[in-house]
Write a new protein. Sequence first.
Length: 265
Amino acid sequence: MNIKQVDEVKITKYILKATFDDWMSFSENDVVIVGAGPSGLAAAYYLAKAGLKTTVFERRLSFGGGIGGGAMLFHKIIIESPADEILKEIGVKLQKFEDGVFAVDSAQFMAKLASAAIDAGAKIIHGVTVDDVIFRENPLRVTGVAVEWTATQMAGLHVDPLFISAKAVIDATGHDAEVISVASRKIPELGIVIPGEKSAYSEMAEQLTVEQSGEVAPGLYAAGMAVTEVKALPRMGPIFGAMILSGKKVADDIIEKLNLKVRNT
Ligand code: 48F
C-alpha cells in the first residue's frame, strides 16, 4: 500500500485554508446555538433540516452536555413519549419499561443526536465559549454573540473576542443560562429577570419546560435547562424527553418567525 505523502507545511496550510473558509462563512448565520447538549443539538437538527444556516458553539471538546454523565455516572437515561419518536427517527435504540417510558444508552444517544445535527447541515465548533451578545436598538434586539477560545478563558488571558451575527440566538447552555444571564445584566432594557430554577418535580418540570421554551427577548431564545432557570421551573433529573422536545419547540418557533419575515419582505 502506498500512502500519499503530505509534508508538514502543506498540512498546516490546508488546515488554515479549510478553517478560515468555515469561519468566513459562519461569521453570519440564521441561527447561533450556544451549547451542544441535548436541547442545543435537537434544535440544531431541526433548524438545519429546515434549511437554516445554523452554527453551534460548544465550550468543551465534546458533544452531549449532560447526556454523557448519564444518571450519577450510570450510563443510562430515561426518555418518555413523545420524544421516543425523535430518537427512533435518528436511530437510537430504546429499551421499553412501560408504555411511553424507555431507557437509552447515553453514549449512543449523544453520538446519534450530534451526527443527525451535522448530517442535516449544522456546523458544530468545539472549544469556543460564548461570553457576551451583540445587540442593536430601534428596534431593540439581540443580533449575535461574542466568541472566545475556551482555552484563552481558562488561561485568564486578556484577549478580545470575535463577533458572530445571527437572526436568532439560542441559549442552550444548561442550568446556568449563561447567555441570557449576561444579556440580562448588560442590557437591562431587554427587561429579562432570572428567578432561578426550583428543586426537582420531574413530571411537572418536563411538561412546563417544553411549553415555556421560546423567545425570552427579541432575537434571544431559551432551550433546555436554561428555560427552567429563566422561568423558575423545577428541575427534572435524568429524564431527557423535555430537553429534546424543548430544542424542537424553539427550532419550530424560529423557523416560523424567520419564514414569516421572508414572506413579509
Ligand atoms: O447542560 P447541558 O446538557 O444543557 P441542556 O441541553 O440539557 C440539560 C441536561 O443535560 C441535564 C438535565 C436534564 O434533565 O438536567 O442537565 O439544557 O449542555 C449545555 C452545553 O453548553 C455548553 C456546555 O459545555 C454543555 O455542553 N456551554 C455552557 N456554557 C457555554 C457553553 C458557553 N458560554 N459557551 C459555549 N458553550
